[in-house]
Design a binder for this molecule. Structure first.
Ligand code: FPP
Length: 257
């Protein structure tokens, strides 16, 4: 396996290899969602501007995407920008809006090689044109890929998503496309931005904050949560493997016994 060879050569150690092998002995979570938090504090600790933390965080997304894909994860959802993040200073927002361009500009060939399919969930209308163009280009160029879905939550907020879905359900009910009696969890899910995706099996949040911050509130109903104090720019392959092996030890009962 290509990634194993590279690791052995680079580190001279089998630590990560062992952890990959350990994780692969049990079912890998099909959908992992990540709240990538702590970029600002990571930068502050180093007396760097906050944007330096975001830039470092972007590099970590590359590493984690590659590992997740090679482990056989089917969907990786990353919270890159929330509907509340517009409240940040303009320079920071502008930087964050340029990150998808840099990420995809430098990483798209590897994503294509890795057979990764890029998707996005969030309100597209409010995104700057340059951000939307780069994301849409990646979505188009990877649309035929059959491997892992890399789902960017960009200008995403879960309450807005649910409200929007509810309005669409009402409109469709009113116009007779659907009947009120048909509205069940499955149908409602199909009105959400995650239509077609399995609900996350594992949610990871970095930086020591233990909250959901308006992220996938409907979809996370039965998800296993894994929190770490590590700031996102320090999140490593080992951390992902640790989260996965911890997940594998849990017993998921979905309200049953
Ligand atoms: C939260 O940290 C992080 C964000 C709001 C942005 C997340 C973006 C990245 C990790 C970059 C990846 C982007 C792409 C397009 C791949 P924070 O700024 O809230 O940190 P703090 O809580 O320490 O201030």
């Amino acid at each position: 396996m290509e990634i194993l060879k590279r690791w052995k050569n680079k580190s001279g150690s089998n630590n990560v290899t062992d952890k990959i092998n350990e994780a692969k002995r049990n079912p890998i979570p099909e959908h992992i969602a990540i709240i990538m938090d702590g970029n600002g504090r990571w930068a502050k600790k180093r007396s760097l501007p906050r944007i330096a933390g975001h830039h470092e965080g972007m590099k970590v997304v590359k590493k984690i995407t590659k590992l997740a894909s090679q482990l056989g994860v089917k969907t990786l959802t990353v919270y890159a920008f929330s509907t509340e993040n517009w409240k940040r200073p303009q320079t920071e927002v502008e930087f964050l809006m340029k990150l998808p361009q840099e990420f995809l500009g430098t990483f798209l060939p590897e994503l294509i090689e890795e057979n990764v399919k890029v998707q996005m969930m969030g309100e597209k209308e409010a995104l700057p044109q340059h951000t939307l163009n780069s994301v849409e280009k990646a979505i188009t160029e990877t649309s035929q890929n059959t491997g892992m879905i890399l789902n960017f939550a960009l200008n995403y907020g879960s309450r807005a998503e649910i409200l929007h879905a509810m309005k669409k359900v009402l409109i469709d009910a009113k116009s007779g496309i659907i009947d009120e009696n048909q509205v069940n969890e499955e149908l409602f899910s199909s009105y959400l931005m995650t239509d077609g995706l399995k609900d996350p099996d594992l949610l990871i949040r970095t930086s020591g904050e233990i909250r959901l911050s308006n992220f996938m509130l409907w979809q996370l109903a039965y998800t296993e949560f894994w929190f770490t104090d590590v700031y996102w720019p320090d999140f490593s392959e080992e951390h992902l493997l640790e989260a996965i092996t911890d997940f594998q030890k849990r017993s998921r009962r979905y309200g049953g016994v």
